[in-house]
Design a protein around this ligand. Sequence first.
Ligand SMILES: *[C@@H]1O[C@H](CO)[C@@H](O)[C@H](O)[C@H]1NC(C)=O
Ligand SMILES: *[C@@H]1O[C@H](CO)[C@@H](O)[C@H](O)[C@H]1NC(C)=O
Ligand SMILES: *[C@@H]1O[C@H](CO)[C@@H](O)[C@H](O)[C@H]1NC(C)=O
Length: 391
Amino acid sequence: MNWLRRVCRPLPRTLFSRSSLRHPCSGGRRGNCALIVGAFLIGSRGRRSGFAPHLSGFPSVSYSTGLVSVEQENAMKALELFISTEKDESISVKEICTIYIEKLCRSGNLSDAAYLLRHLHSRDINVCLNTYNSLLTAIVESNNFSLFSEVFKSLLISNLPPDITSYNKVAEAFQKVADSDLVVNFIKDVCDITFGKDPTVINRIIFVAAKFGQIDKSLMIFKMLKNLDSKVDTVTFNTVLAILGKAGRINEMMAEFMVMKDLGHIPDMITYSTLINCLRRLGRLDLCKTIANEMLEHGFEMDLLTSTAIVDVYGRAGHVEDALGTFEEMKKSQHPSVYAYRSVISDLKRAGKFELALRLSAEMNSSTTKLAGPEDFKQKRKSRWKIKQVG
Ligand SMILES: *[C@@H]1O[C@H](CO)[C@@H](O)[C@H](O)[C@H]1NC(C)=O
Ligand SMILES: *[C@@H]1O[C@H](CO)[C@@H](O)[C@H](O)[C@H]1NC(C)=O
Ligand SMILES: *[C@@H]1O[C@H](CO)[C@@H](O)[C@H](O)[C@H]1NC(C)=O
């Protein structure tokens, strides 16, 4: 096997070699190893396919394959044939396999493609992420969650980090699956595969599911993590707080914020601005002030987003003086945002203070170039201002 690997190891690619231009996944030269690999692929009949995933916690993990079925053997034979008929010596085995698997995706032979991906990985031939994504896309369209789950798990085992496309496919698959037990088992397996690593994969799944409107599944996954004693972190909580807040589920959001702190996860600036902004949208001045004060007590400073939110929530609650006070305070240390100006101006108008509204409106007009707009909100951590207490 070692000599096989050595023969097949791609040679370093020269910058403008033909093979590097052929395919986005191009790996290197094939040399004469196609036949060797082909023979090797076939040779594994009746044995366990080689990868030994980490097996803690969940004995029901089903991605380690058992005996090779007739269909699987046929799939391997077909691949071997495909490799052996490729005349162009400059294409690597990896490239040929990639081309073949993408062909299977297009022709709808998805379980063959899934099997071959797994098998190739166990033989140290790793196709690139685009190929996994093509297969995931085709499987979502064919609406087979079990197969989707197998391929996504293979992707995790391959150690390629999934990208935004892969995660979007997870969410699309969730949209189509009716049986939530399938989702539960999928998540258990994902937790098992990522055991001991940071919870990024699960965090992204929770995020993307909610983004695609699957809030119940998102929250179910979060609940599972807590019951499974799986690793969660500040990002997990920030994600869930934002989901609950956007859904207007303020009591649950505040309860999870308490749980977060009880479990020793330190809230960060994102936690606080998420809470403040969600509370602002629902006009919860009381809680906004509480959270803003807690944030200041913990040594964070108001940034553009949180200060604009406070101005806005004061105005909504009809506290024009406080809105104006916060706004003036904000102006001492940074250029207020257009949003803050507009918010204060409309508060003043509503309160009948037209003269002041007009003055601020003129001030806003005369300083448009300096006003913080959406760009500044993106880099919101750059500009900060200090206040000692809110309200
Ligand atoms: C995919 O399967 C069909 C039969 O369902 C078969 O005719 C076709 O040749 C297969 N495609 C490839 C690329 O193997
Ligand atoms: C989903 O794919 C698996 C694996 O290929 C297959 O066994 C199963 O029959 C498929 N399910 C459906 C509903 O097509
Ligand atoms: C500010 O600009 C807007 C639109 O350009 C204009 O309608 C408004 O009258 C201006 N306000 C003042 C006070 O100049």
